[in-house]
Design a protein around this ligand. Structure first.
Ligand code: NDP
Length: 293
């Protein structure tokens, strides 16, 4: 039986640290605040917003919602992002995507101040992930994978990691983050040949393809760690991951469930980035005031 890498344990651990940090910020006169920008009423966005709001409330992080019309013109959305950039009371911004096709998503993402880009959507933040610089933040789901491995003391350095998926949201950034942690990383995608053998060769497999229960036991071998990033619905409408959990769990060494795995840690990572951004703002204000005196 595999070790179940439950997100709840990680979330509780992060919450313990974050509550103290939020209190310290508030004592310094700054209330860590996350802006959530949503266009229209997409059920998955609204569900994620409710989860994020509940998590924020539990930590003492404030949420500032911006609900815009689903047909909002590009200029108005850009103006909202710019107002968030200038708002000193807001420290992080979460923008629900994908944006409608009539909007230039890249231009909107890149307009966000890297200091408030807590989900790594701008090219400046993504460049930092690739160069290991400290501008902006990595995408939260990519970081959630690393946080999960660290929490359960799963070694990364020297290990072979196979990442299936090469999006800018998960596949590429998590591969770079693990490379910086001295893993040997193979990135696979829809054109990869012999994917089963590729996955079986790894110590750690990260599945991020968005295909419901597509990975069965043929892709795995004993002793492996499996991180399932997928959030999908099967033909009966049940929430499930990319991995066929029931089939794979008896084979591997450790595995994340869906729900209750990477997704729940992702929300906590968003909160950690927001609190970190507030701490940075406090430090920058202190530096500014000491240089003026
Ligand atoms: P994308 O659709 O952007 O990327 C999917 C990737 O999977 C692509 O690189 C694609 O390859 C690859 N892929 C598709 N089919 C296959 C195949 N048959 N074999 C191998 N690789 C394949 O998805 P995202 O990266 O945005 O999301 C992936 C999953 O993660 C989704 O289920 C999404 O819902 C979930 N997700 C979870 C989050 C969380 O918090 N846990 C947050 C965000 C997303 P190619 O490039 O060749 O097309």
């Amino acid at each position: 039986m595999a070790q179940r890498l439950a997100g709840k344990e990680v979330v509780t651990d992060l919450a313990h640290d974050l509550r103290g940090r939020v209190e310290t910020c508030i004592r310094a006169g700054v209330h860590p605040t996350l802006a959530i920008v949503r266009l229209g009423e997409r059920p998955d966005d609204m569900s994620y917003e409710r989860t994020a709001t509940r998590r924020a409330e539990g930590l003492g992080v404030a949420i500032k919602p911006y609900v815009l019309d689903e047909f909002v013109p590009q200029a108005a959305l850009l103006a909202t992002i710019q107002s968030i950039n200038y708002d000193r009371t807001v420290h992080g911004c979460l923008l629900f995507r994908p944006l409608p096709t009539f909007i230039d998503e890249r231009a909107i993402c890149d307009a966000l101040d890297a200091r408030k880009d807590v989900d790594g959507i701008s090219l400046r933040s993504l460049a930092s992930v690739f160069t290991d610089a400290t501008q902006g933040y990595p995408p939260c789901t990519a970081e959630a994978c690393v946080v999960m491995l660290d929490h359960y003391h799963i070694p990364i350095a020297g290990k072979h990691v196979v990442v299936v998926g090469r999006s800018l949201v998960i596949g590429k950034p998590v591969a770079m983050m693990l490379l910086h942690r001295n893993a040997s990383v193979t990135i696979c995608h829809s054109k990869t040949e012999n994917l089963e053998a590729m996955c079986r060769s790894a110590d750690i497999v990260i599945c991020a393809t968005g295909r419901a229960r597509a990975f069965d036991r043929a892709y795995f071998r004993p002793g492996q760690t499996v991180l399932d990033v997928g959030i999908n619905f099967d033909t009966q409408g049940h929430l499930c991951g990319d991995v066929d959990y029931e089939d794979v769990e008896p084979v591997v060494g450790a595995i994340t469930p869906v729900p209750g795995g990477i997704g729940s840690v992702t929300t906590s990572v968003t909160m950690e980035h927001t609190v970190h951004a507030a701490e940075r703002a406090i430090a920058a204000a202190a530096k500014d005031s000491s240089s003026r005196h």
